[in-house]
Design a protein around this ligand. Structure first.
Ligand SMILES: Cc1ncc(COP(=O)(O)O)c(C=O)c1O
Length: 445
């Protein structure tokens, strides 16, 4: 389906300014400063609940249970962890830092899964000590390290094995057999995944719960999920046939596509839930055996469209193009430090003049940051009114995922605050960095 990249409560008022969560963006900027990440709480939580509701219902039709783990790498702070707990989701974390924030937010440890291709001893120790529900093992080294560590702590480590199924999807494409030349998981094709399952099964201090896979990002193809479920369930059946042991958990990962620009395609969770549950049911019929407990891990599809970034416009330049015509360069007070996705992935975004409306002719524009890189681009190509000027506010849509969580302090930038808005009120989720913070991290001679 096609979607809007803006969150549900974004509106343009009669005076032309945008509002979100019932608050005028000019007031938000005045109160919290810019750049500013704004999270539409109602939208974020509605998306989370939609995933949970649609997927639970679709799997329940087949008599099966399903959990949704919010992939917190998309964006995490303790209040968001609290929302996810209240809304009945679990949490996927991928570092000690994410684990600590999740715990601070009140997410029960048994509803947390720990990921990572090179987890450190302190991360594994803390995860075991607090009693996380699952550790997703990613290598034979980790099988040994975790078994030994759990033994030394007198504990059993609950584990899933991360499987590279050979299905790769993303960027609107799906490849049934992808290259395996990447760092995550254990290969199904080479037999490494099966071998790792045996190793976990035989390890005295590991409690083997099941298998996990994650096939990519920005996935629009249900067929990709169907194919990966098929391969995962075949592996599960093979393991049970060899050992007689049941694997009660199968996690199919995240990757649900969102719209970054107006009218772009996204994967509707309601449709995806039914299609994936039906696909899994037909695979289960082929393979027989008991249904496992399924889980998925959407990140971007919950956090992405719920967030926008507000910037203050500084310098505006007209630059001549070699092919004729000109481009309006609109420099804002942030850039690649608060949103590295454009420079990293060539990501596309929608932007709009947010503090007023304009009757001026639209001009081919590029929104750029204030950093010392010519690639410091926030939005590569967008039509903005030709009279955009210093002091205007610009809003960039769908920056809620992998924005603040990937932000850097390049040029000693101060990372922006994140505020949640809801029903006419705003609340700081993450405060802005300050010069005092920067000087604090710096150790003078
Ligand atoms: C293991 C795992 N699960 C879930 C996700 C979330 O993906 P997305 O935000 O595209 O839904 C990721 C993203 O990298 C991941 O690595």
């Amino acid at each position: 389906m096609t979607s809007s990249p803006w969150s549900q409560t974004v509106e343009r008022g009669s005076d032309g300014a945008l509002s979100v969560g019932g608050l005028d963006v000019r007031d938000l900027a005045a109160e919290h400063g810019t750049p500013l990440y704004v999270v539409d709480e109602a939208d974020f939580r509605a998306r989370a609940s939609a995933f949970r509701g649609h997927f639970s219902a679709a799997f329940q039709r087949h008599g099966a249970q399903m959990d949704v783990f919010y992939a917190s790498k998309a964006f995490l702070c303790s209040q968001v962890a609290g929302w996810m707990h209240e809304d009945g989701l679990s949490l996927d974390v991928a570092s000690l830092g994410e684990l600590e924030v999740a715990l601070r937010g009140g997410m029960p440890a048994h509803r947390i899964g720990l990921h990572g291709n090179n987890k450190q001893i302190d991360e594994l120790t803390r995860a075991l000590e607090v009693g996380v529900g699952r550790i997703i093992v990613d290598s034979f080294t980790e099988v040994d390290v975790l078994n030994e560590l759990a033994g030394s702590l007198g504990l059993q480590a609950p584990v899933l094995v991360r499987v590279t199924t050979g299905v790769h999807a993303g960027g609107h494409e799906y490849i049934a057999t992808s290259h395996e030349d990447q760092k995550f998981g254990l290969s199904l094709a080479t037999g490494a995944a099966l071998e790792a399952l045996h190793a976990c099964h035989d390890a005295p201090h590991l409690n083997l719960l099941g298998i996990h896979t994650h096939i990519g990002s920005q996935i629009l193809s249900i067929d990709a999920f169907r194919e990966s479920a098929d391969r995962m369930l075949r592996l599960r059946a093979q393991f049970t046939a060899a050992t007689g042991a049941d694997l009660p958990e199968v996690d199919l990962g995240g990757g649900y596509a969102i719209a970054y620009t107006e009218g772009a395609e996204s994967l509707d969770p309601a449709d995806a839930a039914v299609a994936i549950a039906d696909a899994v049911a037909s695979v289960m019929e082929d393979h027989g055996g008991t249904w496992p407990h399924f889980s998925i891990e959407p990140g971007r599809a919950i956090a992405g469209p719920a967030g926008m970034t507000l910037y203050n416009v500084g310098v505006v330049k007209q630059v001549s193009l070699d092919e004729g015509g000109s481009r309006q360069y609109v420099a804002v007070d942030g850039g690649m430090s608060d949103n590295p996705r454009t420079i990293m992935y060539g990501a596309e975004y929608a932007a709009t003049l947010a503090s007023r409306s304009s009757e001026a002719e639209p001009a081919l524009s590029r929104v750029v940051g204030k950093h010392c890189e010519s690639g410091d681009i926030v939005v590569r190509d967008v039509d903005l009114p030709g009279d955009v000027a210093r002091g205007d506010l610009l809003a960039v849509a769908a920056t809620g995922a992998y924005g603040r969580s990937m932000a850097s302090t390049y040029n000693n930038a101060l990372r922006p605050a994140v505020v949640a808005v809801r029903d006419g009120r705003s609340r700081v989720l993450v405060r802005r960095d300050t010069i005092a913070d920067l000087l604090d991290w710096d150790v003078p001679a």
